[in-house]
Design a protein around this ligand. Structure first.
Ligand code: ATP
Length: 512
């Protein structure tokens, strides 16, 4: 950033309160043009709330926003966009049946005055060139990878004239190659004088990309640092109040005794709504007392496979057996009764009912079973007792369990789903990208939980794109590419380069 340049945006003494919660208090931060400023903090530390204030979704209860030296008040997100502040959310807000150019055009002022398809595509190309973001204007959004969709989102924000670009965990859904492209695009924007706020739980990412970092703790700023002058361990301690050990191995507490297959898949396959094959026939055994890792670049059949394993989707061919029982055509309830818990990739929409309270969501999978319920009864006091114990286990502090679950921070929603599904998984837990959205302390806790489940003789299926995570935890790693099971690698044979090559469709091998 140029020496002596004034801040683009200053937050001065910002506070935001919700019933029983101090989400932000005394928050003062300067964001400069020409800097990438990371925002780091535990789940529930107040990062999203603060950004919702900056983007006009919430009004602060105290404090001031100062833009270009003048106090401002954004009555709506449109007002913030008009002032040059744009945000790219974790869940993209694109119209999936529209093309890239049409989605971009939705944000342009002149669109209302009839813009032809070719003019839209031309302008999309000009904007893409200007910001160095590679897009295909005529492609439909639902045919794009997550990385391509994210580029469209970023371009949509930038082409509306954003000078301050806010990104919420932008690399969570990207392949390693796409991460590199995103970093390059953000650096280009920064070098051209743009300001970036990066919400991230990944310390490596912050160290590699950010110029400065602000740590939030319990809604307050606990420090702002130049990244070049700070260490990751200092940031962790400032964020959580203690150091967190990053384990690269989770040795068994006792030797494995049970080698029974909990789940057996025989030639299962599935297609998407458009009839495209998403999972080619595959066979796989999931054994008691093991963690089976599923590696692959996002979108290569993992979500179809995990939905199949939890009864959310049925297989077109073959069989799924749980403890020898044929589950073909059975739904999620039958899988739950068979002892299969599931943490899906999209927790908010697949594992939770966003508008319902925390209690309803906590008991959602168990409200028909004793002591919470029976065929006709529902015991509210038992439901509340269960919810409180789940909150305790998940280490989520919440004064009022009637709060709608969508008001919880993303990480706290994830912690609750994990605790609930752990209770259900008497035989196996299927966990899809369980570290997404969790802070570093919660990730360590989650990984230990998976190892404990394994040590209790249950099975874990861990879907992840993080090879370090998979190699630290898994007994075997199955690699998916293009909806095909490439191979299953046993723990002794892990080789990062080979697994990486298999993930991108190179090399072959047998399936087991
Ligand atoms: N609309 C709301 N109503 C009630 N409480 C809310 C609301 N929005 C946020 N909160 C609470 O404010 C606190 C801060 O949440 P916020 O989402 O800002 O955290 P975060 O730092 O973004 O967490 P994460 O890393 O998990 O996304 C949490 O306790 C959350 O439950």
């Amino acid at each position: 950033m140029p020496a002596g340049a004034p801040p683009l945006l200053t937050l001065s003494g910002i506070a935001k309160y919700f019933p029983g919660v101090v989400a932000n208090k005394d928050v003062s931060i300067d964001f400069y043009p020409g800097e990438i400023h990371a925002l780091l903090g535990e789940n529930g530390a107040g990062k999203s709330t603060l950004m919702n204030i900056v983007t006009g979704l919430y009004q602060p209860d105290e404090g001031e926003l100062i833009l270009d030296g003048y106090g401002v008040r954004f009555e709506s997100p449109e007002a913030a966009i008009a002032a040059g502040i744009g945000m790219v959310h974790q869940h993209f807000k694109l119209v999936s049946r529209f093309t890239v150019a049409e989605n971009l055009a939705l944000g342009w002022r002149e669109t209302g005055f009839r813009l032809s398809a070719s003019a839209m595509a031309r302008r999309a190309e000009v904007e893409a060139e200007r910001y160095g973001l590679d897009i295909r204007p005529s492609a439909r959004i639902d045919t794009l990878t997550s990385g391509e969709q994210q580029r469209v989102e970023i371009l949509r924000v930038l082409s509306r004239g954003a000078r301050l670009l806010i990104l919420d965990e932008p690399t969570a859904v990207l392949s390693p190659l796409e991460v590199g492209e995103l970093y390059a695009a953000l650096r280009r924007f920064r070098n051209g004088g743009g300001a970036v706020i990066l919400i991230s739980h990944k310390l490596d990412e912050i160290m590699a990309l950010a110029d400065r970092v602000t740590v939030l703790r319990h809604g307050r700023v606990s420090g702002t640092h130049l990244v070049a002058h700070t260490k990751p361990s200092t940031l962790v301690t400032e964020m959580i109040g203690r150091p967190v050990e990053q384990k690269s191995d989770y040795p068994r507490k006792m030797p494995r005794t049970d080698d029974d297959a909990v789940m057996v898949l025989e030639n299962v396959s599935c297609r998407d709504g458009a009839g495209q094959i998403r999972l080619h026939p595959l066979s796989l055994e999931i054994r008691a007392g093991e963690i089976l890792g599923i590696a692959g670049v996002t979108g290569n059949g993992q979500s179809e496979l995990s939905d199949l394993l939890a009864g959310l989707r049925s297989s077109e061919t073959g069989h799924i057996r749980v403890d020898g029982k044929d589950m073909r055509g059975r739904g999620p309830n039958a899988f739950r009764e068979a002892g299969i818990g599931y943490v899906p990739e999209d927790r908010l929409h697949k594992a939770l009912a966003p508008a319902l309270g925390v209690t309803e969501n906590a008991v959602m999978r168990l409200f028909r079973t004793s002591p919470i319920g029976g065929r006709l009864a529902y015991h509210a006091s038992e439901a509340l007792r269960f919810t409180r114990s789940l909150l305790d286990q998940a280490q989520v502090s919440l004064a009022e369990p009637a709060t709608p679950i969508r008001a919880l921070s993303g990480g706290n929603q994830q912690r609750l789903v994990l605790a609930r599904e752990r209770m259900i998984s008497h035989r196996a837990l299927v966990a899809s990208y369980p570290s997404r959205g969790l802070d570093i302390g919660a990730i360590a806790m989650m990984r230990q939980t998976l190892a404990d489940i394994r040590d209790e003789g249950r099975a874990v299926v861990l879907v992840s794109e993080d090879l370090d995570e998979l190699m630290a935890l898994s007994d075997r790693i199955a690699v998916l590419c293009g909806g095909r099971l490439m191979t299953v690698v046993p723990r002794g044979d892990y080789d990062r380069a080979r697994i990486g090559a298999l993930m991108s469709g190179r090399d072959g091998g047998a399936s087991s």
